[in-house]
Design a protein around this ligand. Structure first.
Ligand SMILES: C[S@@+](CC[C@H](N)C(=O)[O-])C[C@H]1O[C@@H](n2cnc3c(N)ncnc32)[C@H](O)[C@@H]1O
Length: 510
Protein backbone atom coordinates (compact mmCIF):
# COMPACT_ATOMS: atom_id res chain seq x y z
CA UNK A 1 0.00 0.00 0.00
CA UNK A 2 1.94 3.00 -1.25
CA UNK A 3 0.35 6.46 -1.45
CA UNK A 4 -0.89 6.91 -5.05
CA UNK A 5 0.41 10.46 -5.34
CA UNK A 6 3.91 9.38 -4.36
CA UNK A 7 3.84 6.62 -6.99
CA UNK A 8 2.84 9.20 -9.59
CA UNK A 9 5.76 11.44 -8.52
CA UNK A 10 8.11 8.47 -8.75
CA UNK A 11 6.78 7.62 -12.22
CA UNK A 12 7.08 11.18 -13.46
CA UNK A 13 10.65 11.50 -12.18
CA UNK A 14 11.92 8.18 -13.54
CA UNK A 15 10.06 8.40 -16.86
CA UNK A 16 12.38 11.34 -17.57
CA UNK A 17 15.54 9.93 -15.99
CA UNK A 18 15.41 6.38 -17.34
CA UNK A 19 14.65 7.46 -20.88
CA UNK A 20 18.00 9.27 -20.85
CA UNK A 21 16.82 12.61 -19.46
CA UNK A 22 14.54 13.28 -22.44
CA UNK A 23 12.39 16.40 -22.17
CA UNK A 24 9.29 14.52 -23.31
CA UNK A 25 8.81 11.50 -21.09
CA UNK A 26 7.34 8.56 -22.90
CA UNK A 27 8.41 9.79 -26.32
CA UNK A 28 10.39 6.57 -26.71
CA UNK A 29 9.08 3.25 -28.00
CA UNK A 30 6.98 0.97 -25.77
CA UNK A 31 9.73 -1.49 -24.88
CA UNK A 32 12.29 1.17 -23.94
CA UNK A 33 13.16 2.25 -20.40
CA UNK A 34 11.05 5.22 -19.39
CA UNK A 35 8.20 4.46 -21.85
CA UNK A 36 4.68 4.27 -20.30
CA UNK A 37 4.47 0.47 -20.72
CA UNK A 38 7.96 0.00 -19.28
CA UNK A 39 7.18 2.24 -16.28
CA UNK A 40 3.89 0.34 -15.72
CA UNK A 41 5.80 -2.93 -15.54
CA UNK A 42 8.43 -1.46 -13.18
CA UNK A 43 5.90 0.12 -10.81
CA UNK A 44 3.73 -3.03 -10.82
CA UNK A 45 6.75 -5.10 -9.78
CA UNK A 46 7.75 -2.65 -7.06
CA UNK A 47 4.39 -3.36 -5.45
CA UNK A 48 5.05 -7.10 -5.26
CA UNK A 49 6.86 -8.56 -2.25
CA UNK A 50 10.38 -9.76 -2.87
CA UNK A 51 10.86 -13.54 -3.07
CA UNK A 52 12.84 -15.16 -0.26
CA UNK A 53 16.34 -15.93 -1.55
CA UNK A 54 19.09 -17.96 0.03
CA UNK A 55 22.76 -18.32 -0.99
CA UNK A 56 24.51 -21.62 -0.33
CA UNK A 57 27.89 -21.35 1.45
CA UNK A 58 30.46 -22.91 -0.91
CA UNK A 59 33.33 -23.01 1.58
CA UNK A 60 31.71 -25.61 3.84
CA UNK A 61 32.93 -29.22 3.61
CA UNK A 62 31.46 -31.01 0.58
CA UNK A 63 29.43 -33.37 2.73
CA UNK A 64 27.65 -30.45 4.42
CA UNK A 65 27.07 -28.72 1.09
CA UNK A 66 25.55 -31.89 -0.39
CA UNK A 67 23.34 -32.29 2.65
CA UNK A 68 22.15 -28.66 2.43
CA UNK A 69 21.49 -28.90 -1.31
CA UNK A 70 19.55 -32.14 -0.94
CA UNK A 71 17.47 -30.70 1.87
CA UNK A 72 16.74 -27.49 -0.08
CA UNK A 73 15.83 -29.49 -3.17
CA UNK A 74 13.35 -31.51 -1.12
CA UNK A 75 11.24 -28.31 -0.94
CA UNK A 76 10.98 -28.21 -4.76
CA UNK A 77 9.06 -26.94 -6.72
CA UNK A 78 8.11 -24.11 -4.30
CA UNK A 79 11.82 -23.55 -3.62
CA UNK A 80 13.85 -23.56 -6.83
CA UNK A 81 17.38 -22.65 -7.98
CA UNK A 82 17.76 -19.09 -9.31
CA UNK A 83 18.22 -19.75 -13.06
CA UNK A 84 21.26 -17.49 -13.43
CA UNK A 85 22.87 -18.42 -10.14
CA UNK A 86 23.01 -22.12 -9.27
CA UNK A 87 24.17 -21.46 -5.68
CA UNK A 88 21.04 -19.44 -4.91
CA UNK A 89 17.50 -20.65 -4.24
CA UNK A 90 14.27 -18.69 -4.29
CA UNK A 91 10.71 -19.08 -3.08
CA UNK A 92 7.73 -16.76 -3.50
CA UNK A 93 6.99 -14.59 -0.49
CA UNK A 94 3.39 -15.87 -0.49
CA UNK A 95 4.45 -19.54 -0.09
CA UNK A 96 7.32 -18.78 2.30
CA UNK A 97 4.97 -16.99 4.70
CA UNK A 98 2.05 -19.41 4.28
CA UNK A 99 1.13 -22.25 6.64
CA UNK A 100 2.48 -24.74 4.04
CA UNK A 101 5.78 -22.87 3.98
CA UNK A 102 6.43 -23.19 7.71
CA UNK A 103 8.74 -26.19 7.52
CA UNK A 104 10.74 -24.58 4.73
CA UNK A 105 10.92 -21.36 6.72
CA UNK A 106 12.15 -23.14 9.84
CA UNK A 107 14.73 -25.05 7.83
CA UNK A 108 16.04 -21.97 5.98
CA UNK A 109 16.40 -20.11 9.28
CA UNK A 110 18.29 -23.01 10.80
CA UNK A 111 20.60 -23.21 7.74
CA UNK A 112 21.24 -19.46 7.98
CA UNK A 113 21.97 -19.67 11.72
CA UNK A 114 24.38 -22.56 11.11
CA UNK A 115 26.15 -20.70 8.30
CA UNK A 116 25.28 -23.37 5.72
CA UNK A 117 23.37 -20.80 3.67
CA UNK A 118 22.65 -17.08 3.96
CA UNK A 119 19.54 -15.01 3.36
CA UNK A 120 20.56 -12.52 0.70
CA UNK A 121 18.71 -10.56 -1.95
CA UNK A 122 19.71 -11.86 -5.42
CA UNK A 123 20.80 -8.52 -6.93
CA UNK A 124 23.05 -7.98 -3.91
CA UNK A 125 24.93 -11.18 -4.87
CA UNK A 126 26.24 -9.57 -8.05
CA UNK A 127 29.12 -7.36 -6.75
CA UNK A 128 31.08 -10.25 -5.13
CA UNK A 129 30.53 -12.34 -8.29
CA UNK A 130 31.99 -9.53 -10.41
CA UNK A 131 34.91 -8.97 -8.04
CA UNK A 132 35.72 -12.71 -7.90
CA UNK A 133 38.57 -12.36 -5.37
CA UNK A 134 41.37 -14.92 -5.26
CA UNK A 135 42.66 -16.35 -1.97
CA UNK A 136 45.82 -14.21 -2.05
CA UNK A 137 44.07 -10.94 -2.91
CA UNK A 138 43.98 -7.92 -0.66
CA UNK A 139 40.31 -6.99 -0.64
CA UNK A 140 38.54 -4.04 0.96
CA UNK A 141 34.81 -3.73 1.54
CA UNK A 142 34.39 -0.03 2.37
CA UNK A 143 30.75 -0.03 3.57
CA UNK A 144 30.31 -3.57 4.74
CA UNK A 145 27.52 -3.86 7.33
CA UNK A 146 25.33 -5.83 7.71
CA UNK A 147 27.84 -8.01 5.88
CA UNK A 148 25.99 -10.05 3.27
CA UNK A 149 28.50 -9.14 0.55
CA UNK A 150 31.47 -9.42 2.94
CA UNK A 151 30.49 -12.95 3.87
CA UNK A 152 30.01 -13.81 0.18
CA UNK A 153 33.49 -12.42 -0.57
CA UNK A 154 34.96 -14.39 2.33
CA UNK A 155 33.12 -17.55 1.26
CA UNK A 156 34.71 -17.15 -2.19
CA UNK A 157 38.22 -16.50 -0.75
CA UNK A 158 37.96 -19.59 1.45
CA UNK A 159 36.72 -21.70 -1.47
CA UNK A 160 39.54 -20.47 -3.70
CA UNK A 161 42.13 -21.19 -0.97
CA UNK A 162 40.83 -24.71 -0.45
CA UNK A 163 40.64 -25.52 -4.16
CA UNK A 164 44.12 -24.13 -4.85
CA UNK A 165 45.88 -25.82 -1.98
CA UNK A 166 43.73 -28.79 -1.14
CA UNK A 167 44.39 -30.35 2.21
CA UNK A 168 47.51 -29.39 4.02
CA UNK A 169 49.86 -31.68 5.85
CA UNK A 170 48.49 -32.68 9.21
CA UNK A 171 44.87 -32.09 8.11
CA UNK A 172 42.79 -28.96 7.79
CA UNK A 173 42.26 -26.88 4.68
CA UNK A 174 44.35 -24.13 3.21
CA UNK A 175 43.25 -20.69 4.36
CA UNK A 176 43.40 -17.43 2.38
CA UNK A 177 46.76 -15.73 2.49
CA UNK A 178 45.33 -12.38 1.38
CA UNK A 179 43.36 -9.95 3.51
CA UNK A 180 39.75 -8.81 3.64
CA UNK A 181 39.19 -5.43 5.26
CA UNK A 182 35.52 -5.05 6.24
CA UNK A 183 34.76 -1.48 7.22
CA UNK A 184 31.56 0.28 8.24
CA UNK A 185 31.14 3.63 9.92
CA UNK A 186 28.32 2.36 12.06
CA UNK A 187 30.06 0.58 14.92
CA UNK A 188 26.96 -1.09 16.27
CA UNK A 189 25.94 -2.44 12.84
CA UNK A 190 29.51 -3.69 12.41
CA UNK A 191 29.53 -5.37 15.79
CA UNK A 192 26.04 -6.81 15.70
CA UNK A 193 25.64 -7.88 12.10
CA UNK A 194 28.98 -7.87 10.31
CA UNK A 195 30.89 -9.77 12.97
CA UNK A 196 27.82 -12.00 13.42
CA UNK A 197 27.71 -12.91 9.71
CA UNK A 198 31.40 -13.80 9.74
CA UNK A 199 31.12 -15.90 12.87
CA UNK A 200 30.29 -18.96 10.79
CA UNK A 201 33.32 -18.72 8.54
CA UNK A 202 37.00 -19.11 9.39
CA UNK A 203 38.30 -15.56 9.07
CA UNK A 204 42.05 -15.31 9.81
CA UNK A 205 42.35 -12.91 6.87
CA UNK A 206 39.54 -10.55 7.96
CA UNK A 207 39.99 -7.21 9.72
CA UNK A 208 36.92 -5.27 10.83
CA UNK A 209 37.17 -1.49 11.17
CA UNK A 210 34.62 1.24 11.91
CA UNK A 211 36.18 4.24 10.17
CA UNK A 212 34.71 6.76 7.70
CA UNK A 213 35.29 5.09 4.32
CA UNK A 214 36.21 8.40 2.68
CA UNK A 215 39.17 8.63 5.07
CA UNK A 216 40.53 5.07 4.98
CA UNK A 217 44.29 5.64 4.82
CA UNK A 218 45.26 3.40 1.90
CA UNK A 219 46.73 4.13 -1.49
CA UNK A 220 47.18 1.57 -4.29
CA UNK A 221 47.03 -1.19 -1.68
CA UNK A 222 44.09 -3.39 -2.70
CA UNK A 223 43.54 -5.83 -5.58
CA UNK A 224 39.76 -5.69 -5.09
CA UNK A 225 37.63 -2.93 -3.61
CA UNK A 226 33.89 -2.89 -3.02
CA UNK A 227 32.19 0.47 -2.43
CA UNK A 228 28.57 -0.50 -1.73
CA UNK A 229 27.69 3.01 -0.63
CA UNK A 230 24.83 4.34 1.49
CA UNK A 231 22.04 5.31 -0.92
CA UNK A 232 18.41 6.39 -1.13
CA UNK A 233 17.50 2.70 -1.52
CA UNK A 234 14.54 3.09 -3.86
CA UNK A 235 15.63 -0.16 -5.53
CA UNK A 236 14.61 -1.91 -2.29
CA UNK A 237 10.99 -0.69 -2.36
CA UNK A 238 9.80 -4.30 -2.68
CA UNK A 239 11.53 -5.23 0.56
CA UNK A 240 10.95 -1.90 2.33
CA UNK A 241 7.60 -0.45 1.16
CA UNK A 242 7.88 2.25 3.88
CA UNK A 243 10.46 3.95 1.61
CA UNK A 244 7.49 5.12 -0.50
CA UNK A 245 6.45 7.47 2.30
CA UNK A 246 9.76 9.27 2.42
CA UNK A 247 10.82 8.90 -1.22
CA UNK A 248 11.97 12.14 -2.86
CA UNK A 249 14.53 12.98 -5.57
CA UNK A 250 16.11 15.23 -2.96
CA UNK A 251 17.71 12.20 -1.25
CA UNK A 252 19.99 11.78 -4.23
CA UNK A 253 21.13 15.41 -4.01
CA UNK A 254 22.21 14.99 -0.41
CA UNK A 255 23.81 11.55 -0.89
CA UNK A 256 25.72 12.21 -4.13
CA UNK A 257 28.60 14.07 -2.51
CA UNK A 258 29.40 11.46 0.14
CA UNK A 259 29.03 8.67 -2.44
CA UNK A 260 31.55 10.43 -4.67
CA UNK A 261 34.00 10.92 -1.79
CA UNK A 262 33.79 7.22 -0.92
CA UNK A 263 34.23 6.11 -4.55
CA UNK A 264 37.21 8.42 -5.07
CA UNK A 265 38.87 7.04 -1.95
CA UNK A 266 38.09 3.53 -3.15
CA UNK A 267 39.76 4.23 -6.50
CA UNK A 268 42.85 5.72 -4.89
CA UNK A 269 43.12 2.59 -2.69
CA UNK A 270 43.16 0.35 -5.76
CA UNK A 271 46.45 -1.22 -6.85
CA UNK A 272 47.38 -0.94 -10.55
CA UNK A 273 45.60 -3.78 -12.33
CA UNK A 274 43.04 -3.95 -9.50
CA UNK A 275 39.26 -4.01 -9.82
CA UNK A 276 36.65 -1.95 -7.97
CA UNK A 277 32.88 -2.39 -7.91
CA UNK A 278 30.74 0.64 -7.10
CA UNK A 279 27.17 -0.30 -6.25
CA UNK A 280 23.90 1.12 -4.93
CA UNK A 281 20.37 -0.15 -4.56
CA UNK A 282 19.01 3.03 -6.11
CA UNK A 283 17.61 3.74 -9.59
CA UNK A 284 18.72 7.36 -9.43
CA UNK A 285 21.39 8.39 -11.99
CA UNK A 286 22.59 11.11 -9.59
CA UNK A 287 23.69 8.36 -7.19
CA UNK A 288 24.91 6.08 -9.97
CA UNK A 289 26.25 7.16 -13.37
CA UNK A 290 26.83 10.77 -12.16
CA UNK A 291 29.06 9.51 -9.32
CA UNK A 292 30.95 7.10 -11.62
CA UNK A 293 31.43 9.76 -14.29
CA UNK A 294 32.67 12.40 -11.82
CA UNK A 295 35.14 9.92 -10.31
CA UNK A 296 36.43 8.84 -13.76
CA UNK A 297 36.83 12.46 -14.78
CA UNK A 298 38.85 13.33 -11.69
CA UNK A 299 41.06 10.24 -12.17
CA UNK A 300 41.66 11.42 -15.75
CA UNK A 301 42.66 14.89 -14.53
CA UNK A 302 45.03 13.26 -12.03
CA UNK A 303 46.54 11.13 -14.79
CA UNK A 304 45.48 7.83 -13.21
CA UNK A 305 44.14 5.49 -15.89
CA UNK A 306 40.78 4.03 -14.84
CA UNK A 307 38.09 2.50 -17.02
CA UNK A 308 34.65 0.98 -16.66
CA UNK A 309 34.93 -2.69 -17.59
CA UNK A 310 32.61 -4.17 -20.23
CA UNK A 311 30.67 -6.68 -18.12
CA UNK A 312 29.31 -9.04 -20.81
CA UNK A 313 32.10 -11.60 -20.37
CA UNK A 314 31.75 -11.83 -16.59
CA UNK A 315 28.00 -11.51 -16.04
CA UNK A 316 26.28 -14.76 -15.09
CA UNK A 317 24.59 -16.08 -18.22
CA UNK A 318 20.83 -15.72 -18.16
CA UNK A 319 20.88 -12.54 -16.08
CA UNK A 320 18.99 -9.76 -17.92
CA UNK A 321 20.58 -6.39 -17.31
CA UNK A 322 20.19 -2.89 -18.78
CA UNK A 323 23.12 -0.68 -19.73
CA UNK A 324 24.01 2.49 -17.81
CA UNK A 325 22.63 5.90 -18.77
CA UNK A 326 24.76 8.48 -20.57
CA UNK A 327 22.32 11.31 -20.14
CA UNK A 328 20.00 12.41 -17.32
CA UNK A 329 18.64 15.54 -15.72
CA UNK A 330 19.35 17.16 -12.38
CA UNK A 331 16.28 17.87 -10.27
CA UNK A 332 15.97 21.28 -8.62
CA UNK A 333 13.78 19.97 -5.85
CA UNK A 334 12.20 22.39 -3.46
CA UNK A 335 11.43 20.21 -0.47
CA UNK A 336 9.12 21.23 2.29
CA UNK A 337 7.13 19.52 5.00
CA UNK A 338 3.36 19.68 4.94
CA UNK A 339 1.47 18.34 7.95
CA UNK A 340 4.40 16.08 8.83
CA UNK A 341 4.36 14.68 5.31
CA UNK A 342 7.18 15.24 2.92
CA UNK A 343 5.90 17.25 -0.02
CA UNK A 344 7.90 18.79 -2.80
CA UNK A 345 7.69 20.46 -6.16
CA UNK A 346 9.79 18.92 -8.87
CA UNK A 347 11.51 21.24 -11.28
CA UNK A 348 14.47 20.43 -13.47
CA UNK A 349 17.74 22.38 -13.47
CA UNK A 350 19.04 23.93 -16.65
CA UNK A 351 20.99 21.29 -18.63
CA UNK A 352 24.30 23.00 -17.79
CA UNK A 353 25.49 23.60 -14.25
CA UNK A 354 26.87 27.01 -15.22
CA UNK A 355 23.35 28.35 -15.92
CA UNK A 356 21.87 27.26 -12.57
CA UNK A 357 20.54 30.07 -10.37
CA UNK A 358 21.94 30.67 -6.87
CA UNK A 359 18.85 29.16 -5.14
CA UNK A 360 19.50 25.81 -6.79
CA UNK A 361 23.11 25.78 -5.66
CA UNK A 362 21.98 26.60 -2.14
CA UNK A 363 19.75 23.51 -2.28
CA UNK A 364 22.88 21.39 -2.71
CA UNK A 365 23.14 20.97 -6.49
CA UNK A 366 26.77 20.52 -7.60
CA UNK A 367 28.61 20.44 -10.95
CA UNK A 368 29.49 16.74 -10.49
CA UNK A 369 25.79 15.81 -10.67
CA UNK A 370 25.42 16.86 -14.31
CA UNK A 371 25.68 14.49 -17.28
CA UNK A 372 28.79 14.43 -19.49
CA UNK A 373 29.33 17.35 -21.87
CA UNK A 374 30.06 16.65 -25.58
CA UNK A 375 33.81 17.13 -25.02
CA UNK A 376 33.76 14.14 -22.64
CA UNK A 377 32.19 11.84 -25.21
CA UNK A 378 34.89 9.14 -24.94
CA UNK A 379 34.55 8.87 -21.17
CA UNK A 380 30.76 9.11 -21.38
CA UNK A 381 30.48 6.07 -23.65
CA UNK A 382 32.03 4.01 -20.86
CA UNK A 383 28.91 4.67 -18.78
CA UNK A 384 27.00 2.30 -21.10
CA UNK A 385 29.10 -0.48 -19.51
CA UNK A 386 27.49 0.13 -16.11
CA UNK A 387 24.93 -2.47 -15.06
CA UNK A 388 21.33 -1.65 -14.17
CA UNK A 389 19.10 -4.34 -12.69
CA UNK A 390 15.36 -3.76 -12.81
CA UNK A 391 12.92 -5.88 -10.79
CA UNK A 392 10.59 -6.57 -13.72
CA UNK A 393 13.52 -7.82 -15.82
CA UNK A 394 15.33 -10.09 -13.36
CA UNK A 395 12.95 -10.72 -10.49
CA UNK A 396 14.88 -9.20 -7.55
CA UNK A 397 15.33 -5.65 -6.30
CA UNK A 398 16.58 -2.62 -8.26
CA UNK A 399 20.37 -2.39 -8.31
CA UNK A 400 23.25 -0.54 -9.95
CA UNK A 401 26.86 -1.72 -10.40
CA UNK A 402 29.91 -0.38 -12.17
CA UNK A 403 33.13 -2.39 -12.48
CA UNK A 404 36.12 -0.07 -12.70
CA UNK A 405 39.63 -1.28 -13.47
CA UNK A 406 42.90 0.53 -12.66
CA UNK A 407 44.60 0.25 -16.04
CA UNK A 408 48.12 0.70 -14.66
CA UNK A 409 50.51 -2.24 -14.97
CA UNK A 410 49.99 -4.84 -12.25
CA UNK A 411 52.37 -4.44 -9.37
CA UNK A 412 53.59 -6.42 -6.37
CA UNK A 413 51.67 -5.90 -3.11
CA UNK A 414 52.08 -2.32 -2.02
CA UNK A 415 54.96 -1.30 0.18
CA UNK A 416 52.60 0.09 2.78
CA UNK A 417 50.98 -3.25 3.42
CA UNK A 418 54.23 -5.22 3.26
CA UNK A 419 55.70 -2.84 5.80
CA UNK A 420 52.46 -2.98 7.76
CA UNK A 421 53.24 -6.50 8.89
CA UNK A 422 56.58 -5.36 10.28
CA UNK A 423 55.10 -2.19 11.74
CA UNK A 424 52.35 -4.16 13.39
CA UNK A 425 55.01 -5.58 15.67
CA UNK A 426 56.14 -2.09 16.70
CA UNK A 427 52.66 -0.57 16.87
CA UNK A 428 51.56 -3.75 18.58
CA UNK A 429 47.91 -3.63 17.47
CA UNK A 430 47.47 -7.28 18.18
CA UNK A 431 50.20 -8.78 20.36
CA UNK A 432 51.60 -12.00 18.97
CA UNK A 433 52.49 -14.81 21.28
CA UNK A 434 56.20 -15.29 21.71
CA UNK A 435 57.61 -18.62 20.73
CA UNK A 436 58.53 -19.30 24.32
CA UNK A 437 55.13 -18.44 25.75
CA UNK A 438 53.56 -21.26 27.76
CA UNK A 439 50.18 -20.55 26.03
CA UNK A 440 51.67 -21.33 22.64
CA UNK A 441 53.26 -24.52 23.92
CA UNK A 442 49.92 -25.53 25.41
CA UNK A 443 48.14 -24.81 22.13
CA UNK A 444 50.75 -26.81 20.26
CA UNK A 445 50.20 -29.73 22.58
CA UNK A 446 46.44 -29.47 22.28
CA UNK A 447 46.43 -29.50 18.50
CA UNK A 448 49.55 -31.59 18.02
CA UNK A 449 51.30 -28.74 16.17
CA UNK A 450 54.69 -27.18 16.63
CA UNK A 451 55.41 -23.53 15.99
CA UNK A 452 58.17 -23.36 13.45
CA UNK A 453 59.30 -19.74 13.38
CA UNK A 454 61.25 -17.72 15.90
CA UNK A 455 58.57 -15.02 15.97
CA UNK A 456 55.75 -17.35 16.91
CA UNK A 457 54.49 -17.88 13.39
CA UNK A 458 52.44 -21.03 13.26
CA UNK A 459 53.40 -21.71 9.71
CA UNK A 460 54.62 -19.40 6.98
CA UNK A 461 51.34 -17.45 6.69
CA UNK A 462 49.61 -17.51 10.05
CA UNK A 463 50.21 -15.94 13.45
CA UNK A 464 48.55 -16.67 16.72
CA UNK A 465 47.71 -13.45 18.50
CA UNK A 466 46.02 -12.44 21.71
CA UNK A 467 43.56 -9.56 21.34
CA UNK A 468 43.15 -9.08 25.06
CA UNK A 469 40.17 -11.40 25.22
CA UNK A 470 40.77 -14.33 22.96
CA UNK A 471 43.43 -16.09 21.01
CA UNK A 472 43.01 -15.58 17.28
CA UNK A 473 44.61 -17.00 14.19
CA UNK A 474 45.60 -14.10 11.92
CA UNK A 475 47.29 -14.27 8.54
CA UNK A 476 50.26 -12.05 7.75
CA UNK A 477 48.43 -9.96 5.16
CA UNK A 478 45.69 -9.11 7.67
CA UNK A 479 48.38 -8.11 10.17
CA UNK A 480 49.80 -5.91 7.41
CA UNK A 481 46.47 -4.09 7.16
CA UNK A 482 46.24 -3.72 10.93
CA UNK A 483 49.86 -2.56 11.19
CA UNK A 484 49.36 0.00 8.46
CA UNK A 485 46.23 1.38 10.15
CA UNK A 486 48.09 1.56 13.46
CA UNK A 487 51.04 3.36 11.87
CA UNK A 488 48.55 5.87 10.40
CA UNK A 489 47.42 6.64 13.93
CA UNK A 490 44.06 4.95 13.66
CA UNK A 491 42.78 3.85 17.03
CA UNK A 492 43.58 0.20 17.40
CA UNK A 493 42.57 -2.25 18.45
CA UNK A 494 39.47 -0.64 20.05
CA UNK A 495 38.04 0.54 16.71
CA UNK A 496 39.54 -2.19 14.59
CA UNK A 497 40.19 -5.79 15.12
CA UNK A 498 41.03 -8.98 13.40
CA UNK A 499 38.00 -11.18 13.01
CA UNK A 500 40.41 -14.10 13.36
CA UNK A 501 39.33 -17.67 13.23
CA UNK A 502 40.21 -21.24 13.76
CA UNK A 503 41.27 -23.64 11.08
CA UNK A 504 38.25 -25.11 9.29
CA UNK A 505 37.12 -28.31 10.82
CA UNK A 506 39.12 -27.69 13.99
CA UNK A 507 37.58 -26.72 17.31
CA UNK A 508 37.77 -23.02 18.16
CA UNK A 509 41.00 -22.05 19.83
CA UNK A 510 40.61 -22.53 23.60
C1 LIG B 1 24.20 -0.21 1.45
S1 LIG B 1 24.76 -0.43 3.07
C2 LIG B 1 25.99 -1.65 2.88
C3 LIG B 1 25.43 -3.03 2.75
C4 LIG B 1 26.49 -4.11 2.82
N1 LIG B 1 27.52 -3.90 1.82
C5 LIG B 1 25.92 -5.50 2.65
O1 LIG B 1 25.93 -6.04 1.55
O2 LIG B 1 25.47 -6.09 3.65
C6 LIG B 1 25.70 1.00 3.35
C7 LIG B 1 26.48 1.00 4.64
O3 LIG B 1 27.34 2.15 4.63
C8 LIG B 1 27.54 2.54 5.96
N2 LIG B 1 28.07 3.91 5.91
C9 LIG B 1 27.40 5.08 5.82
N3 LIG B 1 28.27 6.11 5.72
C10 LIG B 1 29.51 5.56 5.74
C11 LIG B 1 30.83 6.09 5.67
N4 LIG B 1 31.02 7.39 5.54
N5 LIG B 1 31.86 5.25 5.73
C12 LIG B 1 31.67 3.90 5.86
N6 LIG B 1 30.45 3.35 5.93
C13 LIG B 1 29.39 4.16 5.86
C14 LIG B 1 26.19 2.37 6.63
O4 LIG B 1 26.35 2.20 8.02
C15 LIG B 1 25.66 1.12 5.92
O5 LIG B 1 25.91 0.00 6.72
Amino acid sequence: GCPGSRVEEFRAYYAVQLSGGGQVPGACSEAEPGSPAWMDALVAHLDQPLPMTLRLARSKPAVLQDFTRRKLESFSPELSPVPWLPDAYECSDAHYHSAEGQELQAWCRAAHRAGLASFQEISSMLPPILLAPEAHHRVADFCAAPGSKTSQLQDRMLTQAASAGGLREGGGCRLPTGALLANDLDASRARLYLAGRLRHLPAPNVVITTLPAQKLPFSNDFDRVLTDVPCSGDGTLRKEPTIWERWSPHDAISLHRSQLRILRRGLSSLAPGGLLVYSTCSFNPLENEAVVFAALLSSEYEGVPMEVVEPAAVLPSGLRVSPGLTSWRVPAVLARTRKNQLAWDLEWCEPAFESCPEAVLKAGVRATMFPPKPEHHALATQLRRCIRLYPHMMGGGGFFCAMIRHRGACSAPSRALRQGAAESREANPLPMLSVSSPELAELGDFYGLTPVQEDGTWDTDMHICFDGRRLVLVCKAALGVLGHLASEGKHLPRRSRAAGGSAPGAAPLP
